[in-house]
Write a protein that binds this ligand. Structure first.
Ligand SMILES: [Zn+2]
Length: 435
């Protein structure tokens, strides 16, 4: 199936995105109902049925649907809230939606009102064309992804499961075009690591800083534990998506983890850096808190460690390994939370749609699966319904390194050509999976 790029649909997406950016949906407090109502009036004007679901009036989720036959359903998932923006750091007003140098500027342009707008335009344009899907085509614009206090998809999946139940879903998470060692890859996120931070409480005995001999300095003891964590080399393994990513990167099937990593590094140093954290859990001590006074030796030091586990690993599996690394000592280990850590199969009609689109827009380029370090709303769908959910919104005009820098940062903007590419992909996926 050919992928058509349409200037008209690109411009329609640009216009809708500008309107979405002008609605301040910084979370907290969110106020996503503004965005849900704008989307509802746009979609209803194009003949798409919509419903708003809200736990509290200001924080509505929008669900729109083009009803289909008995076949599997495809959900276009996105979120309408954004992180905050400090206008004094920006070249333009972050809520202006200004069109400048072929980019739409503003908070949420990349994360992820651009994909919200492209999904809505894909729905509207398919409805105008009289598209009759084999299963439901659903669009959900959820609230509260950035903070996650149970107003958004988590709540929707639990309280209104029939509204968003789908066999397949396209969400945020990847889509970057990478050129490494002569190969061109478009990354599609099929799996996410589990975010499982923990806190170490290290205990000693306080005393006056002028007489260190009478005290037992918890901060100094913590230093030893931090060094032990930093030196730890967790066991590596190759998951299915990382095996497939390495094949796409190197053109070969590796027999073992070390060989695979060496080959990736030989292709390009960046390829090695991309692959390495996908092979094992990662540990990064990031915060420490001890004495509140310079002249008081602390009796307690708290160290927070950012920890990401592979899908399938659980904190309970990992804790004995960590205690081995930390050795005997007076400390406590407390898991702060554990979210995500899910994957979807690559053997699906949705994968074929992603791969087919990439081949159509750039002959010789390949779609490659990737596991992302953070979690998205995809994990609520995978956990509740077993949905095959991918993160894919293709981007080939803006440099992916620049895009990564702009997300959650000043001067966030999206190139209009990438918006056109995105809407073209979403229409292609709907036709390919539900045609
Ligand atoms: Zn996001």
């Amino acid at each position: 199936m050919a992928a058509e790029l349409s200037d008209t649909l690109r411009d329609e997406t640009v216009g809708l995105l500008q309107e979405l950016i002008r609605l301040d949906t910084v979370n907290p407090p969110g106020n996503e109902t503004r965005a849900a109502e704008l989307l509802r009036s746009y979609l209803e004007a194009n003949g798409v049925a919509c419903e708003l679901f809200a736990k509290v009036p200001d924080r509505a989720n929008l669900v729109a649907r083009i009803p289909g036959g008995d076949g599997p359903a495809l959900l276009l998932l996105s979120h309408t809230d954004t992180v905050l923006a400090d206008a004094s750091e920006w070249l333009v007003d972050p809520w202006s939606g200004e069109l400048r140098d072929d980019h739409v500027w503003g908070r949420g342009a990349l994360d992820m009102k651009g994909q919200v707008a492209a999904s809505a335009v894909a729905m509207a344009s398919l409805a105008r064309e009289g598209f009759r899907p084999s299963g439901d085509l659903i669009f959900a614009a959820a609230a509260d992804e950035e903070v996650g206090e149970d107003f958004g998809l988590q709540w929707l999946v639990r309280e209104h499961p029939d509204a968003v139940r789908a066999e397949y879903a396209i969400n945020e998470g990847a889509g970057d075009r990478l050129e490494l060692g002569g190969r061109v890859l478009y990354l599609c996120s099929t799996a996410e690591k589990m975010s499982a931070p923990f806190r170490l409480g290290v205990f000693g005995r306080s005393g006056h800083a002028s007489m260190p001999g009478i005290a037992d300095n918890a901060l100094v003891k913590a230093a030893g534990l931090i060094e032990a964590l930093a030196a730890y080399e967790p066991e590596r393994s190759l998951g299915p998506e990382t095996t497939a990513l390495l094949e796409a990167l190197t053109g070969e099937t590796a027999s073992g983890v070390d060989e695979a990593l060496a080959r990736a590094r030989a292709v390009h140093p960046l390829a090695g850096a991309l692959v390495e954290p996908l092979l094992s859990l990662t540990l990064s001590p990031t915060m420490a808190e001890a004495s509140q006074k310079r002249n008081v030796i602390p009796a307690r030091c708290d160290v927070t460690v950012d920890c990401r586990l592979l899908p399938g690993q659980l904190p309970a599996d990992v804790e004995p390994l960590l205690r081995d690394v930390l050795g005997d000592g007076t400390y406590s280990l407390e898991w702060i939370e554990a979210y995500g850590g899910t994957r979807s199969t690559m053997e699906s009609p949705l994968w074929d749609a992603v791969a087919g689109f990439v081949e159509a827009i750039e002959p010789g380029a390949m779609a490659a699966p990737v596991m992302v370090a953070g979690f998205t709303d995809s994990h609520w769908l995978r956990e509740a319904f077993g949905t095959v959910a991918y993160g894919f919104f293709p981007m080939r005009t803006m440099d992916p390194e620049l895009a990564a820098r702009l997300v959650h940062s000043a001067d966030e903007r999206v190139h209009v050509a990438d918006l056109g590419l995105g809407v073209s992909f979403l229409r292609h996926a709907a036709r390919a999976v539900l045609g």
